[in-house]
Design a protein around this ligand. Sequence first.
Ligand code: BDR
Ligand code: CA
Length: 316
Amino acid sequence: MPQKIIIDTDPGVDDAMAIFFALRSPELDVIGLTTIFGNVETELATTNALRLLEQAGRTDIPVANGADNPLTGPFGGPVPFVHGDDGQGNTNFPPPTTRPIDQTAAQFIVEQVMAAPGEITLVPIGPLTNIALALRLEPRIAENVKAVVLMGGNALVPGNATPAAEANIHNDPEAADVVFGADWDVTMVGLDVTHKVNMTPAHLDRYAASGDPLARIIAQIVPFYRAYFERSFPGAQGIYVHDSSAIAYLIDPALFTVERWPVRVETQGFSRGKTWPTLPSGNSGVLPPWQNRPLVNVCVAVDAARLLALELGRLT
Ligand code: BDR
Ligand code: CA
């Protein structure tokens, strides 16, 4: 039986790649997309999510519109220099013809999880606001989801949005601290591993050469995103694989080395958005504010070659 997943997303070039990767994976049954601000504003995230499903011929999958702003304060703004003004590498594809459902993202998550106890895995690949709102709406989703596998955070490595913080967590640290603190099975696929997965120019060429129409779309949206990496990370060639790494974890968790640590999220000052696990060699796990927090599966190492082969094998 394929795993039922809801992808909470801010598409975003790498979100698009992750969604297509999931749709092409028989191990996964994508039962809905929920949208969130991050790479783009939420309204554009919804437009892009609908279009991606239309491009994939999967308009049977519902899209629920998410929150416009973090739990506290206004959204810090999109990142057109990373993903383009349209969030899809300035490809300016035509608008979708479909519409989101009437439920909010949080309502959709709650309804689906409570209707299928123990079956649904939440896969947030953007800021965690919708997930925190769903928990607030119905706290019992914590005991009724199968798992939460999220892309975000940085345990033992620097951030990317700031020297301290990863972008998804930085966009709503309060929501992230709620999600890491709830009593459910959370896996953090963060920069500790995604910055070790480099899809090279040779890999990316395979999308352009592929006969799969979704691979051809990836080949069109990626160049803008790739140019961002190559000018921002000295020596980088190609892209780092962020959101698709969470999809790879769902398909084959053995690709990853995982440590189980309580995680707190810094919500103050210039380190806002930093995810702090217990120190691997220390005793902070028994000290406040980590005390009485659940253990999070933190991915710390990855078999990058096998992950890339898995993802590329699905679309090229
Ligand atoms: C995360 O931030 C976004 O830009 C990407 O889509 C990914 O989810 C990486 O830090
Ligand atoms: Ca994303």
